[in-house]
Ligand binder design. Structure first.
Ligand code: DGT
Ligand code: CA
Ligand code: CA
Length: 576
């Protein structure tokens, strides 16, 4: 049974968590986390490459020890060392790390002081007010933990879109190869491009008598069957992702795809609209009385209501019907509109590839320009460029551009916005760059007033071009910072300074609603990969997806501009 890169990466994440819970040293733990990231950045299945003789030892930052484990996982699906380690840590303890306020040290402290072994143990201990008495915990932290436990219980398990995507595409290929299958589409929140996906909703058009149900149940990734039948089935994949399948005749494919793409609120509006015209709409088609007047394509469904095509990313009942009726639907930005990337790291800080390596990879990804924006050095950051190191990199980039073909590197930095809103590097060096990307990496919990003042001061700096991942949230891991966003958006629109839509799958920040609100305040954006390795440029598609959910058009995103125009745009951000 072939193992996905994602499964190997997940095993390494678990390895890192368990090592951390056993109090192992930071370097070993980081090696596993880094390897997991590298594995996720590979586009081709490692198990296949290894079977073909590829040596995982040659992956960036992967030594002999980890390479051995990758080989073992890729060939046997198991890892003996991981199984040994599992036996030494209570199985439920790792769950505690899902809580935003709990890292390995606090999890160990809870285990040692109160013998807590699971989220359930923790819930009981909080109810009995025992957690507050653990040294360095206290009432405030106990209350925060109670809150995040409640959110976690409500949320249930959702998957990053990019994880769901790997499984969706493989499953789509599997079903499409089946004789008798005419069309396959993955609908639901996946198709609407939501940042996380609860389950996969698959719509298949097939000739009568095609046994799609068996094909799904016998799929190599399927772990368990929940529902089985000729037109509908549900299974759970090995990674825990549920798949709901609907099989329909070809004449109903568009109606079924529309119905299962959702969202539910959008569908309710659609049905109401249909009812007002005396029509009935369901997953089989659009009906006037008993006559079917549409349903083979999505377009045919909408046309019966006199509506133009509405892109799946817009189907959230957020004004798309009003816009469609008024002929004012946006011309959404598409992946091909992006001409360059404005946020990337190299091995000079925490990236895994050299400047030239990143440039090559960006060119291969059809980008015409790439901004190198390594981290600034600030208190506590291990890697990070000081002014002298940044000056040296400026020289390297000039030298690269003097001989490069097909891509231009822009000189940038990802400079820390300090607690008081000042930037972590002096003006003298910032002024020599093509762009300055500022970001919050610390002091996430300041009060709304202080956080707002901090961002306003950063926007006011005079050299700030782009505010990177503005809300600093990490999906399911860290809440957004608390801030008076309308005020920040107004300031960014006036200045001018651009807000980033960061395409890292755990960031996707600004999110859809915030980006749309910012856009209506006049803000313009960049969509950036925040690449840390050569495989990361493909992440840009996720940033575009988020931008589409925010109703953005190409003209609102600066890295759709040709280089010469972009340079003028960026120069206007330097006010000093
Ligand atoms: P998820 O899976 O939680 O990320 O979100 P969705 O949107 O994929 O939701 P899901 O999987 O429960 O259902 C897929 C689509 O099927 C949903 O967007 C609309 C349609 N649908 C499901 N149940 C109902 C329902 O009871 N009424 C209507 N109108 N539509 C439904
Ligand atoms: Ca779904
Ligand atoms: Ca579903």
């Amino acid at each position: 049974m072939p193992i996905h890169n994602e499964d190997i990466a997940a095993a390494f994440d678990e390895f890192a968590d368990l090592l951390a819970l056993s109090g192992e040293n930071q370097f070993r733990i980081r090696a596993y986390r880094h390897a997991a990231e590298v594995l996720r950045s590979l586009s081709e299945p490692l198990s296949r490459r290894i079977a073909g003789g590829f040596d995982p030892d040659t992956l960036p930052g992967v030594g002999a020890d980890l390479a051995g484990k990758i080989r073992e996982l890729a060939t046997t699906g198991r890892c003996a060392a991981l199984e040994r380690l599992r036996a030494t840590v209570p199985p439920g303890l790792r769950e505690l790390l899902f809580l935003p306020d709990v890292g390995p040290q606090r999890a160990r402290a809870l285990h040692e002081a109160l013998d807590i072994r699971s989220l359930e143990d923790l819930r009981v201990a909080i109810e009995q007010h025992r957690v507050r008495k653990v040294p360095r915990f206290g009432v405030k932290l106990e209350n925060r933990l109670a809150e995040s436990l409640a959110t976690l219980a409500q949320r249930g398990k959702r998957f990053h879109w990019s994880v769901a995507d790997r499984y969706a595409r493989a499953l789509e290929r599997h079903l499409a190869s089946l004789p008798g299958v005419l069309q396959v589409a993955i609908a639901g929140s996946y198709r609407r491009g939501r940042e996380t996906v609860g389950d996969l909703d698959v719509v298949v058009a097939a000739q009568p008598g095609t046994d799609v149900d068996s094909a799904l149940r016998q799929y190599e990734e399927t772990k368990a069957t929940l529902v089985s039948g000729p037109t509908r089935s549900s299974v759970v994949l090995r990674n825990g992702l549920q798949v709901d399948l609907r099989v329909v005749p070809a004449a109903s494919f568009g109606a079924a795809l529309y119905y299962f793409t959702g969202s539910k609120d959008h569908n309710i509006r659609l049905r109401t609209q249909a009812a007002a015209l005396g029509l009935k709409i369901n997953e089989y088609g659009v009906f006037r009385g008993s006559e079917c007047i549409g349903g083979s394509t999505e377009g045919s469904v909408l046309a019966t209501l006199g509506l133009p095509y509405i892109e799946p990313e817009l189907r959230e009942d957020r004004g798309e019907f009003e816009a469609a009726v008024a002929g004012r639907l946006p011309r959404l930005i598409a992946g091909v509109d992006l001409r360059g990337d404005l946020h990337a790291h190299t091995s000079a800080t925490d990236g895994t590839a050299t400047l030239a390596g990143m440039a090559r990879a960006a060119r291969a990804a059809q980008l015409r320009y790439l901004a190198i924006t390594d981290h600034s050095r600030y208190l506590g950051a291990v890697h990070g460029l000081d002014a002298a190191a940044l000056a040296a990199q400026i020289g390297q980039i000039d030298a690269f551009n003097a001989s490069a073909r097909g891509i231009t590197l822009l000189k940038g930095v990802e400079v820390d916005i300090l607690e008081d809103g000042s930037l972590a590097l002096p003006d003298e060096i910032l002024g020599r760059l093509d762009l300055v990307v500022g970001a919050v990496h610390s002091h996430f919990t300041l009060s709304r007033r202080r956080q707002t003042e901090r961002l306003l001061r950063a926007l006011d700096h005079g050299y700030l071009s782009i505010l990177a991942h503005p809300s600093a949230r990490l999906i399911d891991q860290r809440e957004p910072i608390d801030c008076d966003w309308p005020t920040v958006f107004r300031a960014a629109a006036e200045r001018p300074c651009f807000l980033e839509i960061n395409a890292q799958p755990s960031r996707l920040d600004l999110n859809d609603l915030m980006a749309r609100e910012a856009a209506s305040a006049g803000v313009r954006f960049c969509i950036a990969s925040d690449a840390h390795g050569v495989g990361d440029f493909e992440l840009l598609a996720g940033g575009v997806r988020q931008a589409r959910r925010a109703w953005l058009e190409a003209s609102q995103v600066i890295n759709t501009q040709p280089l010469a125009q972009l340079r003028r745009t960026l120069r206007r951000t330097f006010l000093k």
